[in-house]
Structure formats: structure tokens, C-alpha cells
Write a protein that binds this ligand. Structure first.
Ligand SMILES: O=C(O)C(=O)C[C@@H](O)[C@H](O)[C@H](O)COP(=O)(O)O
Length: 363
């Protein structure tokens, strides 16, 4: 990518205590707070314990997991900030995965109409996507990120060492958003992701490809923070993906966000072939590659209507139109593509048949 710009407040560092100290010392004594979740607390806090002690930072932990990305957890954070006298000159440090940085960013952005926050993402998904770009929020009424505001973090500190302890499923979940970045913006990035050795990870090489992915995300954010236009590209795979994710949660078979996005991308690649000229061989080979690594969330025809209804709540929709971001070829996007219900059902059928079909067969 030649046209990539990255915010200067995104810091890659394996010494997060040093970077965090530089930030924290700019805030008044007693006005720095820390939010984490029960999973991140155990293995992440030791890395910044010296800063926590030096500045007497107060901490709160919310329950982990997507099912806790709700108004009750936001309330816990607001209570904590209120009880300990946070004001507009305060700082909230969010340390954890994507659920935590989304929710903590929202709590900080709305408490007393907004205080500063810093994200320290500890999962691959949060490092390449969720902690960046200022989409904050929580789930509501069974819909993903239904309530939220755009508010950018003051800084994001990315430490690749956190990824040494995440499990394979969570690694793949984050990798899905990187694959998306390749598909929407850069064939070069896509190619390096396909050849990266996920079995025996070289962490220096990983940091490099994370930086490429972050550059794709940031290019879109810098050009369109509030998603009026080109930022919609970053939502590729999410119209169907969020429907899968919400439906999976509702029916008691939860799946990780990135896996849902991969399944959504397969359906939306099908739409791309039908609506914008993506090659059929490309569609079939990408889908097979993805299914081989991510498996499948099995669906039946009887699930299609519920999935379609969930898509009608997508934030990119206008009026009765379900608007998709599609890709005519790897590295290019078309935004605001209106697809009919019949075609969306066909795409779900294509996804349903993946793994069963011969990858060279006609559509
Ligand atoms: O940053 C964006 O813009 C994205 O769409 C990135 C997505 O990968 C991300 O999951 C986002 O949270 C989805 O946002 P939503 O607006 O569809 O809730």
C-alpha cells in the first residue's frame, strides 16, 4: 500500500509500561482510572503494575464475554467513575479485547459528556480492528453494537506479546478482520496473509503484518470517521456476519465475531460475484480456503428468514434497502449496493452448500 497514513497516536511497543507512564503523567493525580475484564486482568495487569502503583490508579473489572457487552456492564463502569470522582479531565485506560475497548470507549465518551480514554488491546481482533477508529458501543435487543457513539481514543498501545497467550480460535477471529482488510484494499496484504505461517508464529513478522492491517483500517477512518462514505468498506462481511453472530447467540450456539465475519464474507463474496463481477473461481477458492480454516456455523433453510430479518437492522441500510459493501475484485470495493431478498437468500444457500460442493462447480 502506498497511500497508507496511520494516526500518530497508535503506538507499537513491547514496553507498554513505559508508553503508558508517558501518557498517565499528563493527567491530574487521582484522576486516572483503569477498566479491564476478568480474562485480561490476570495476565495483562502485571505488565503495567508499576504504573498502577506509582500513580495509585483505581481499577474495575467487568465480566468477560460478548454476552456481557450490555447496558449493565456500562452501568458498572459509570458507577465506578462516579463513585471515585472522575471528571472531564480524567483518563480511562481500557485494557482487554474488543468487547472491552468498545464498551469502555463508550462509557468514557458519555460520562459527563466525555473524558479521555486510551486503549491497550490484548487480542488480535482488538489490535487490528476494534480498539482503533472510534466505533464505541454495546449490544442491545439482540443486535450488535446497536447503541454507540463515534469517539476516537487518545492513544492505542499495541503490544504483540499479548498474542502469545491467546488461543487458536481467538487468533483466527482477529485474523478474519485482517483478511477483510486485504480483500477490501490490498492484494499485497491479502497475499501475505495467505502465506503467513499460523502454525509456528514468528512474532516479529506478525507485528509487521498487523501494522499493514492497521494501516488499511486507519486509511478508512482518517478519510471518513463517521461512516458516511468509504468507511463502509470496513463493514464488508458484517451485514451477514452480524446476523450470524446475533442469531448464533440467540439460539444458544455462540460463535466468535471473526468467525461470523468470515461466514458473512463468504455470503457477501457470492453477492459480489452476482452483482459486481467478482470471478466465480475467485469466489469458490476463497470460500474453500476460509471454510478449511474456520469450519462452519451450520444453518438450515428454516433459519434464513430470521437471518434476513436481522440484516434489516444493519446500520448501513437506507429506507427499506439492505445496503452491502461488495468487492468486484480483491483490493477494490463498491459501497451501498442494494441486494434483493431473493439474492440474499441465494447467498445464504451458497454459504449453506459450502464444503459440500465441488469448488469448481457452476453457481
Ligand atoms: O470500523 C469500522 O467501521 C468497521 O465496520 C469495522 C468492523 O470490523 C467492526 O466490527 C465494527 O465494530 C462493526 O461496526 P458496526 O457499525 O457494523 O456495528
Amino acid at each position: 500500500m502506498t497511500d497508507s497514513k496511520v494516526h500518530s497516536n497508535i503506538i507499537f511497543s513491547q514496553q507498554i509500561d513505559v508508553e503508558l507512564r508517558k501518557i498517565v503523567q499528563k493527567y491530574p493525580a487521582g484522576k486516572v482510572f483503569l477498566l479491564t475484564d476478568q480474562t485480561a486482568a490476570g495476565f495483562c495487569l502485571p505488565l503495567i503494575q508499576s504504573v498502577i502503583d506509582e500513580f495509585s490508579i483505581r481499577m474495575v473489572a467487568i465480566p468477560s464475554g460478548e454476552e456481557n457487552k450490555n447496558i449493565q456492564s456500562v452501568g458498572l463502569v459509570w458507577d465506578f467513575l462516579s463513585n471515585y470522582g472522575a471528571d472531564r479531565k480524567s483518563l480511562l485506560i481500557n485494557i482487554g479485547g474488543g468487547m472491552l475497548t468498545d464498551l469502555g470507549g463508550f462509557a468514557a465518551s458519555t460520562f459527563k459528556r466525555g473524558l479521555d480514554f486510551v486503549n491497550i488491546p490484548t487480542t488480535l481482533l482488538a489490535q487490528v480492528d476494534a480498539s482503533l477508529g472510534g466505533k464505541t458501543g454495546f449490544n442491545f435487543n439482540g443486535l450488535k453494537n446497536e447503541i454507540g457513539v463515534f469517539m476516537e481514543p487518545n492513544s492505542v498501545i499495541i503490544n504483540v506479546n499479548f498474542l502469545k497467550t491467546i488461543d487458536q480460535a481467538n487468533f483466527l477471529s482477529g485474523y478474519a478482520e485482517m483478511l477483510k482488510h486485504g480483500l477490501i484494499k490490498s492484494r499485497e496484504h491479502w497475499d501475505e496473509l495467505l502465506t503467513f505461517d499460523m502454525e509456528s508464529i514468528d512474532y516479529d513478522a506478525l507485528q509487521e503484518i498487523i501494522a499493514h492491517s492497521v494501516a488499511v483500517k486507519e486509511w478508512h477512518v482518517l478519510n471518513d470517521l463517521t461512516e458516511q462514505n468509504i468507511r463502509k468498506a470496513l463493514n464488508f462481511g458484517h451485514t451477514v456476519g452480524h446476523a450470524f453472530e446475533s442469531y448464533a447467540m440467540k439460539t444458544g450456539r455462540p460463535i466468535l465475531h471473526g468467525h461470523a465475519v468470515v461466514y458473512g464474507m463468504i455470503a457477501e463474496l457470492y453477492l459480489s460475484a452476482k452483482q459486481c463481477g467478482l470471478g466465480i473461481d475467485e469466489l469458490n477458492s476463497i470460500s474453500s480456503w476460509m471454510i478449511a480454516r474456520y469450519g462452519k456455523f451450520e444453518i438450515q433453510e428454516s433459519d434464513f428468514e430470521a437471518l434476513y430479518q436481522l440484516m434489516t437492522h444493519d446500520k448501513k441500510n437506507e429506507g427499506k434497502r439492505i445496503n452491502f459493501t461488495l468487492i468486484p475484485e480483491i483490493g477494490k470495493v463498491e459501497i451501498n449496493v442494494d441486494c434483493s431478498k431473493e439474492l440474499i437468500i441465494e447467498a445464504l444457500n451458497y454459504y449453506k452448500s459450502c464444503g459440500l460442493r465441488d469448488s469448481s462447480s457452476e453457481l
